[in-house]
Ligand binder design. Structure first.
Ligand code: SF4
Length: 683
């Protein structure tokens, strides 16, 4: 049989690169880059090239599993769906609908996320629905919505190639978003300046014109110092501020207390460096601010986002092409799962559950009485397991790896009356489930993802799911019908039409319009060709708003007992909790084992040599890993990636929350290090 070639989208990061999947005899046998794709244009990173390697892995779940004591037993779908429905209904009847919670997924399609939140909201009259955006870009959604009215990337990825200056803060884009970094390097080839602000000398920092190695968690002092210098030097855009932004007097008052020298002292760098960077950014004709979890994963994550937006508005570098603010989304569809209402405070399209008009609209459309009370966040649901939350339905999320203070998460999962996990592998979280539902992966289903630049894109089914596994779309319809709801959908395109009818910004999105290059929202009607950049003539909220960023230093600073800062992050060959990439032989050849970077001087003091087994200990637990001696980390800091189940970095991280967005402070905690010998904990 001749091979088939099917265009689809990469399942890993929010860049949303175009893949061509090669199928032979019903199996995915290879991946090629899609030259016609509007973002990746014939390029892929290593993860995309090898995205087929996990698809037919023998570990794939092939049948529903029910827990019998300490083991799982295979059951049929005819048993699994009634069991799931009965247990969830029993929880709601006994404790009320708010005792049920659901985690939808940044890995699933828009249509699946829409159906998931609709099921939870309709069946249980609760807004307890959330997902892992809480752990990465919840501060972006909250902070940018306050300052600009829209929590999304302002511009398109291709705009970065035209920026004269890119300020990259807390993002190791060369490893986490390499195709986006490629756009920035195109600008460098034309003479643009890249400035990196990061405590660690990342791959991006090594190739930048300037690297500001600030102390962990001091982004607000740095940005405040820059803004103070810009205002003092008269480099701000007065006309833009006068016409388009409010709150300038309040911002100036705030900046009074942030002299450049004070900022420099807090950040641990020279004042001249701050002045220099401020001037390069302010004087550039077009300048971009690119950020990722180094900005958001702090107890002041939302305030960090306020500061980023304030700087862009201060200099008028927003609302025009080649400038703007670029939060780099992590998971392939984290933008879409937020857009689809997979959050406890909003319906699809960020329409507030407490807004009577929005509530009325969704009640009428869904013909159900809905709750106006915002639901619990992901961290609150896990923390409330066995108390407020008695049953949890998790679709393709892995909190046993991805949440902070993992030992506490594991304990919480055991307290649930009933846990349903729907996934493609028996993940660390699925091992705690009472019922496991086997789902389809990206190559086995049809739907849409929305990438980090707001682009709806078509995912096309290439092969069938293994064994009895089903697409999440089909499972959700079966379960909804089992719960007495009417989900009559046959094809995801019907769901997209329903979404378009309820969300004005997606009003013109239809499957047949996505065939060629997708559509960037806002796309209000079927004649609209999508929006390349936001806030052109006015901000989504009308006028932009300077919000004074309240600085909270890291909750845990090194002390005598725990003398190092710990920083966690990604590396190029693996993705997030490693569920898919660690089942790729090629990617495992690139890096198979966990490690932690330690500065040579610290290593020498502790008698640690390259490759030694070390134990990293925080106030919450410890992991054993291998030492990698490197000047990429500053003295007094340790870095470890979070992809490895045998050395789960999140055992160590601090669950303290940002009060606005409720994101945990993943990026900073205090640890100590002991030298082995230690045995590995095993997978
Ligand atoms: Fe996939 Fe992201 Fe790599 Fe593109 S950059 S190939 S979307 S992992």
């Amino acid at each position: 049989m001749n091979p088939e070639f099917i265009k689809t989208i990469c399942p890993y990061c929010g860049t949303g690169c175009g893949l061509i999947v090669k199928v032979e005899n019903g199996k995915v046998v290879g991946i090629y880059p899609d030259r016609e794709h509007p973002v990746s244009r014939g390029t892929l990173c290593i993860k995309g090239w090898f995205a087929h390697e996990f698809v037919h892995h023998p570990d794939r779940l092939k049948t529903p599993l029910v827990r019998i004591g300490n083991r799982f037993e295979a059951i049929s779908w005819d048993e699994a769906i009634p069991l799931a429905a009965e247990k969830l209904k029993a929880t709601a009847e006994t404790y009320g609908g708010d005792a049920v919670g659901g985690l939808c997924s940044a890995k699933c399609t828009n249509e699946e996320n829409y159906l998931f939140q609709k099921l939870i909201r309709m069946a249980f009259r609760t807004n307890n629905v959330d997902h892992c955006a809480r752990l990465c870009h919840a501060p972006t959604a909250a902070g940018m919505a306050q300052t600009t009215g829209s929590g999304a990337m302002t511009n398109s990825i291709s705009d970065l190639a035209g920026a004269e200056c890119s300020l990259i803060i807390g993002s190791n884009a060369a490893e986490s978003h390499p195709i986006i970094m490629g756009e920035i390097y195109k600008a460098v080839d034309r003479g643009a300046t890249v400035i990196v602000i990061d405590p660690r000398k990342t791959a991006v920092a090594q190739n930048a014109a300037m690297h500001l190695p600030i102390n962990p968690g001091t982004d607000i002092p740095l940005l405040a110092g820059m803004m103070r210098h810009i205002v003092d030097a008269g480099l701000h855009d007065e006309a833009f501020i006068r016409e388009r932004v409010e709150g300038f007097e309040e911002l100036k008052n705030f900046l009074q207390s942030w002299t450049v020298e004070r900022a420099a002292g807090e950040c641990g760098i020279g004042g001249d460096m701050i002045r220099n960077v401020a001037e390069i950014y302010a004087k550039a004709r077009e300048a971009a601010i690119v950020y990722c979890m180094g900005i958001t994963q702090h107890a002041c994550g939302t305030a960090n986002v306020h500061a980023v937006c304030d700087l862009a508005m201060l200099c008028g570098k927003i609302g025009r092409e080649f400038s703007g603010v670029y939060p780099l989304r992590g998971q392939n569809n984290v933008q879409g799962s937020c857009d689809m209402g997979g959050l406890p405070n909003v319906y699809p399209g960020y329409q507030g559950v407490t807004d009577p008009a929005a509530q009325e609209k969704f009640q009428q459309a869904w013909e159900r009485d809905l709750s106006a009370k915002p639901g619990l966040t992901l961290t609150e649901m896990i923390g409330g397991a066995g108390k407020e939350i008695r049953s949890l339905y998790i679709m393709a999320e892995n909190p046993a790896m991805s949440d902070p203070d993992v030992n506490h998460v594991l304990e919480s999962l055991t307290k649930l009356d009933f846990l349903i996990v729907q996934d493609i592998f028996l993940t660390e979280t699925a091992k705690f489930a009472h019922l496991v539902l086997p789902a389809a992966c990206f190559a086995e289903k049809t739907g849409t993802y929305t990438n980090t630049e707001r682009r709806f894109q078509l995912l096309r089914q290439a092969v069938e799911p293994p064994g009895e596994a089903k697409g999440d779309f089909e499972i959700l319809c079966l379960l909804a019908n089992g719960l007495g709801l009417d989900f009559p959908y046959i094809h995801p395109g019907e769901v997209m039409e329903e979404i378009a009818s309820l969300v004005p910004d997606y009003g013109g999105v239809r499957f047949d319009r996505l065939e060629r290059a997708g559509l960037q929202w806002p796309c209000p009607d079927t004649y609209h060709s999508g929006t390349r950049y936001l806030h052109e003539h006015k901000f989504t909220r009308g006028k932009g708003l300077f919000v004074t960023p309240q600085y909270t230093p890291p909750f845990e600073k090194p002390d005598e007992a725990y003398p190092y800062y710990l920083n966690t992050g990604r590396m190029f060959a693996h993705y997030h909790t490693g569920t898919m990439t660690r089942r790729s032989p090629f990617l495992n050849r690139e890096l198979e084992k966990p490690y932690a970077e330690i500065h040579p001087e610290d290593a020498e003091k502790a008698g640690i040599r390259e490759g030694d087994r070390i134990r990293i200990i925080s106030r919450r637990g410890s992991i054993v890993t291998a030492a990698r001696i490197s000047e990429r980390v500053a003295k007094g800091s340790i870095f470890t990636p979070f992809h490895f189940t045998e050395a789960r970095a999140n055992i160590l991280t601090n669950p303290v929350l940002d009060p606005i967005s409720k994101i945990p402070e993943f990026k900073v905690c205090a640890v100590k290090v002991e030298k082995g010998p230690y045995e590995n904990q095993g997978r």
